[in-house]
Design a protein around this ligand. Structure first.
Ligand code: PLP
Length: 455
């Protein structure tokens, strides 16, 4: 029997020319975003001060099934797409599993992550509209890098508020973003009102994504030709990331495969949402019945231990309210958590699908995640981002279940990126100083106490 190749590439012509909007096939929509003042559903126009207009429309569009990818974005995609679909033969062998493991590798660009798929779209639409600058936040640094790349390409200025702990742990991330021309400010900073308020309460805070988001939005609101861009969580981001799953599906068709199980790490939900969308469409329309598994850190367990509730998307409480799985906008993961995926909430689309039983979620302690990362880098020769290693962990668990049951299931997971800037975390793991902090119920309760009272 002909062996499936290690790598299946599409041709450049086969890069999808449309994104897929999963909302068009969902049986029920997520609850509407609410204005925090009036608790009324927001309109597309309400978002115009925050995001580029085309992105506001995409954010609110639950009907258009396929959205044309503009030529100006496709031109950018061709520099790093299509991304390969890789058969993890050597990982399978190491696990002694009958399962077939495939991964879609999105790390082959400077950001070292899938984030460039959305960054390209956001910078493109902002430029088309005549805006001159964007602001954003970054945690681990991949999103800030991706948006720096896209802004440099399309010709926009960019200010990045970078969570202070990562700013200190990853000085070279700053240099990379500066190389692309971005301005980097550690957050919380004294350059915004919300940053100053947070610093006044806790001058030694290492910051959080939620806090950096508040600062970035505040800065963009002060400038008519500037907008804000967010790299995860939002519906528009899941739309742009759908290119991952569309490509995966075409590649798997070429080799006569279809995934029984789709696994992804989940921070705000964008890579998993993008990887699974084309396959979830088949589930929603009754053509296939794959399982979908989100893997999150045990130290920031929004789906597995969070509440399904309306919450702010940022710490400073200036964003619209979203109904999502959340740990509360004031939740800050333990500083000993090393591996990204630190956001307090989860994509409203993923939250809804999870709530309605279309997908599953598990959590993993970070030392187990780094076990999976080291096994993977030795067998498959790519040193994964700690975030991506959560997906590896999930895929390994499924493959081991197949070994127990003697079942040759087909597993597809998203290898979102590379971990070269995460050597601080790898060093801790290697010298045995990495520990697992799992929040207690009391810790989580403090976050839940910050949930806005809606209803
Ligand atoms: C940002 C990031 C993630 C997590 O974000 P999602 O929106 O949940 O996809 C995962 N992996 C890498 C490499 C990232 O940069």
């Amino acid at each position: 029997m002909a062996k499936v190749p290690y790598k299946t590439y599409l041709t450049e012509e086969e890069i999808p020319k449309q994104w897929y909007n999963i909302r068009a096939d969902m049986k029920e929509q997520h609850d509407p975003f609410l204005n925090p003042g009036t608790l009324q559903p927001i309109t597309t126009e309400d978002l115009y001060p925050i995001f580029a207009r085309e992105l506001c429309k995409q954010e609110m569009d639950a009907e258009t099934r396929y959205v044309d990818i503009p030529d100006g974005v496709l031109e950018f995609y061709r520099m790093f797409r299509p991304s390969p679909l890789i058969r993890a033969y050597n990982l399978e062998k190491a696990l002694d599993t009958p399962a077939k493991i495939y991964y879609k590798f999105e790390g082959n660009n400077t950001s070292g992550s899938h984030k460039l798929n959305a960054a390209a779209a956001m910078a493109y639409y902002a430029k088309e509209e005549g805006l001159t600058s964007l602001t954003t936040e970054t945690g681990a640094g991949q999103w800030g890098t991706a948006l720096s790349q896209a802004c440099a390409f399309y010709g926009l200025d960019l200010t990045v508020f970078m969570v202070k702990v990562s700013f200190e742990q990853k000085p070279f991330r700053k240099s990379v973003m500066e190389t692309y021309g971005a301005k980097i400010i550690p957050s919380p900073s004294d350059t915004t009102e919300v940053g100053r308020a947070i610093l006044a309460k806790d001058p030694t805070t290492g910051g959080s994504l939620g806090c950096a988001i508040s600062e970035a939005i505040e800065k963009s609101l002060g400038d008519e030709s500037c907008r804000y861009a967010l790299g995860s969580v939002l519906n528009q981001v899941l739309l742009h990331q759908s290119v991952i799953g569309l490509e995966s599906k075409i590649a798997m068709e070429k080799i006569g495969e279809y995934p029984d199980i789709v696994v992804g790490c989940a921070g705000g939900g964008s890579n998993l949402g993008g990887l699974m969308a084309a396959f979830m469409q088949d589930k929603l329309t009754g053509r296939h019945n794959s399982r979908f598994v989100a893997v999150e850190p045990a130290s920031c367990p929004s789906m597995t231990r969070g509440r399904y509730a309306y919450d702010f998307c940022d710490t400073g409480k200036i964003t619209p309210l979203a109904k999502m799985y959340t740990l509360g906008s004031q939740f800050i993961p333990s500083p000993n958590h090393a591996g990204g995926l630190r956001y307090h909430g989860m994509s409203p689309i993923l939250s809804k699908l999870y709530h309605d039983g279309y997908m599953e979620a598990i959590s993993a302690e970070q030392t187990r995640v780094f076990d999976a990362a080291t096994l993977f880098c030795k067998r498959e020769q790519i040193l994964p981002a700690p975030e991506s290693a959560h997906a590896i962990y999930g895929a390994v668990q499924e493959a081991l279940k197949c070994r127990e049951a003697g079942e040759a299931k087909t597993i597809l997971f998203g290898l979102t990126g590379t971990g070269y800037f995460d050597m601080h975390a790898y060093a801790q793991y290697n010298d045995g100083t990495m520990s697992d902090y799992i929040p207690t119920d009391e810790d989580l309760q403090r976050g839940f106490d910050s949930l806005p009272k809606v209803e």
